[in-house]
Design a protein around this ligand. Structure first.
Ligand SMILES: *Cc1c(COP(=O)(O)O)cnc(C)c1O
Length: 491
C-alpha cells in the first residue's frame, strides 16, 4: 500500500509514493496536501462475515494490515493487542461490557427506525480521541525504536487533543510531549487531567495568554526549520493519517455489532469538527462497508453542514467562530475535509490543489453548479452517502434532558448534537448508529444546566482536581519556549 498527497500532480516532486511508516510521523505532505492511499483496500462480504466474531484488537489488526503493509504482521498484531485492551478502555458504564471496547446500546427501536449509541469514550481521557491516539503512542514508540530515533511532540491545546496525546505518549521511549495550554482558561477537570501526569517525558506549559497565543507560539517555533529539525519537533494533529485509519476500525465494529449478515446496511451520525472522525467513516464506506448514510452533525459552527446543504464551503473568520457548549467542535475550517474533496472531484490532485488554494486566498469554494461556481461535484455527495444537520445550545440542553428522561443515561454535549441530528435522519430498516464522542463528566457545566445534577464520574476520577499537579507557567514568549525545549531535549 502506497500513499500520495492530495495535491501531488505528476509534475510535482511529491508524486513519488510513500509507505505507511514514512508518513506515520509526518503531518502535511511537503506540497501542503494530505496523504491518502493510492487506492482504498477492499473488503469482501466473506471477510466481513469472518470478522464478526473477532475481538476489537484482532479486528483492528485485520483492517490496519491492509494499510500498514510495511509493518510485519506479527509486530502489528502485538501493537493492536497491546492497545485495545479492557484495561485501557475501562471507563464503560456499569451496564456495558468493557471487553467490547466500543459497546453499542440500543436507545430506540420504533416505527421510525432504530437508534443506537456506540460508546467510544471509555479510554483514559474519556473522549473518542483515545481510540486512535492510544494506538499512535504505541506505533510511534515502535517506529522510533526501529530507527533508533526520537521525537519531541510540540502542540497547543484548549483541552481535548492535548490530554489524549499526553495519555497516549506518557512513558513511551523516544517520545517527549511539550504541550502549551492557556493558563487558567481550561476547566478544573481538564487541567487536572493533564497536569496530574507525573511522567518525566510529559511537559505541561501553562501560557499566560489565550489559546490563540499558544497556537501562534507553536507556529512560530515550527516556522524555524533549523530549530525544528535539530530538536526533532513533530505534531500529532488530526490530519495524521494513522489517527484517521485507526478510527476506521470502530465503524467496522459498530456495523458488525449492529447487524447479523453482510447484506444489511447501517447509517452513522458523527458529531463533527475537523472532519477526522467522519472521514474515517467515508474510508470505511469506500472499502465496501455497507454504510447507507454518513450524517455530519455540527454545532453552531456549521461549516460542514453548510457545504452538504448548499455545495458552498466557506471557512469562518475568528470573529464568526462561536464558543459553544460543545467546544471540541468549534472550528473555523475542517482540516481533514481536503481528503473527501479529493475523492469528490474524482481524485484529481490539480483540481484539489486549485480548490484548496482558493480556500487560502478567498476563504472558500463553491461546487454547487450554480452560474459562476467552481464546479458541480456537490451533487455527487449523495453517492458518497453524505448528509448533514446542525444543533444549537438549546437543542443540546433539550436532547440531554430527553435522553436522560427516556433512557436513563446522561450524554455529553457533543453526543447530544449527534442524537439531535440523527433523529432527523432515521429510516425504518436501517439502524442509525450515533458515535458517542465524550463522556458527560468532561462537560459537567452544561450537564448541570440541563439536568440540575452533576454528571457521574467514572471510578478513579472522583478527586482528580485534588491530585498533585506538575506544570510550569510561562509568558507569551517564543524565545523562552525555545530555550525550555532545548534545555529538556538536551539536543
Ligand atoms: C475532537 C472531537 C470532536 C470532533 O471530531 P473531528 O474528528 O474533529 O470531526 C467531537 N467531539 C469531541 C468530544 C471531540 O473531542
Amino acid at each position: 500500500m502506497q500513499y500520495v498527497s492530495t495535491r501531488a500532480t505528476s509534475a510535482s516532486a511529491e508524486r513519488n509514493p510513500q509507505q505507511f511508516s514514512d508518513i506515520l510521523l509526518a503531518g502535511l505532505a511537503p506540497d501542503g496536501g494530505l496523504y491518502l492511499p493510492e487506492e482504498y483496500p477492499q473488503v469482501t462480504a466473506a471477510e466481513l462475515d469472518a470478522w464478526r466474531a473477532l475481538s476489537y484488537a484482532d479486528l483492528a489488526y485485520e483492517i490496519l494490515r491492509k494499510f500498514a503493509t510495511d509493518i510485519p504482521d506479527a509486530d502489528l498484531r502485538a501493537l493492536t493487542a497491546k492497545t485495545y485492551t479492557a484495561q485501557v478502555y475501562c471507563n464503560a458504564r456499569a451496564d456495558e461490557s468493557t471487553a467490547q471496547i466500543t459497546p453499542l446500546r440500543v436507545l430506540e427501536d420504533g416505527p421510525q427506525g432504530k437508534l443506537i449509541l456506540q460508546a467510544l469514550s471509555n479510554g483514559p481521557t474519556l473522549a473518542f480521541k483515545d481510540m486512535a491516539m492510544q494506538l499512535l503512542g504505541n506505533l510511534f514508540e515502535y517506529a522510533l525504536a526501529r530507527n533508533d530515533d526520537a521525537l519531541n511532540i510540540f502542540g497547543a491545546t484548549s483541552g481535548d487533543t492535548g490530554s489524549a496525546a499526553e495519555y497516549a505518549m506518557r512513558g513511551k521511549r523516544g517520545v517527549r510531549v511539550f504541550m502549551l495550554s492557556p493558563h487558567g482558561k481550561m476547566s478544573a477537570f481538564q487541567s487536572a487531567q493533564m497536569f496530574s501526569l507525573q511522567d518525566p517525558n510529559i511537559f505541561n506549559i501553562a501560557v499566560e495568554g489565550v489559546f490563540d497565543d499558544c497556537q501562534d507560539m507553536v507556529k512560530a517555533v515550527s516556522n524555524d526549520l533549523e530549530f525544528k529539525a535539530r530538536h526533532k519537533i513533530g505534531t500529532v494533529n488530526s490530519i495524521n493519517w494513522a489517527r484517521v485509519v485507526a478510527q476506521v476500525v470502530y465503524y467496522f465494529r459498530g456495523y458488525l455489532a449492529a447487524t447479523t449478515a453482510s447484506d444489511q446496511k447501517v447509517s452513522f451520525t458523527v458529531p463533527s469538527g475537523n472532519f477526522g472522525n467522519i472521514c474515517a467513516g467515508h474510508i470505511a464506506r469506500m472499502m465496501g462497508l455497507p454504510i447507507d448514510r454518513l450524517v455530519a452533525a455540527t454545532n453552531e459552527n456549521d461549516v460542514l453542514d453548510e457545504f452538504f446543504r448548499t455545495g458552498r464551503y466557506r471557512v469562518r473568520k475568528a470573529a464568526e467562530t462561536f464558543h459553544t457548549s460543545s467546544p471540541s467542535m468549534d472550528i473555523s475550517k475542517a482540516s481533514n475535509f481536503e481528503r473527501f474533496v479529493y475523492d469528490l472531484v474524482g481524485r484529481d490532485p490539480a483540481r484539489t490543489h486549485a480548490l484548496m488554494h482558493k480556500v487560502e486566498q478567498e476563504g472558500g469554494f463553491d461546487l454547487s453548479g450554480q452560474p459562476g461556481s467552481d464546479g458541480d461535484e456537490w451533487k455527487r455527495c449523495g453517492q458518497y452517502g453524505f448528509a448533514s444537520g446542525k444543533s444549537t445550545h438549546a437543542d443540546r440542553l433539550d436532547t440531554i434532558r430527553e435522553v436522560n428522561d427516556d433512557y436513563g443515561i446522561t450524554i455529553d454535549t457533543h453526543t447530544a448534537d449527534g442524537i439531535k441530528v440523527a433523529r432527523a435522519h432515521l429510516k425504518p430498516g436501517v439502524p442509525m448508529i450515533v458515535l458517542e464522542t465524550a463522556l458527560a463528566a468532561k462537560f459537567n457545566e452544561t450537564i448541570l444546566d440541563a439536568l440540575g445534577t452533576d454528571a457521574e464520574r467514572p471510578a478513579g476520577f472522583e478527586n482528580i482536581e485534588a491530585l498533585p499537579q506538575r506544570f510550569v507557567v510561562m509568558p507569551v514568549d517564543v524565545e523562552r519556549i525555545k530555550s525550555y525545549i532545548a534545555q529538556h531535549t538536551g539536543l
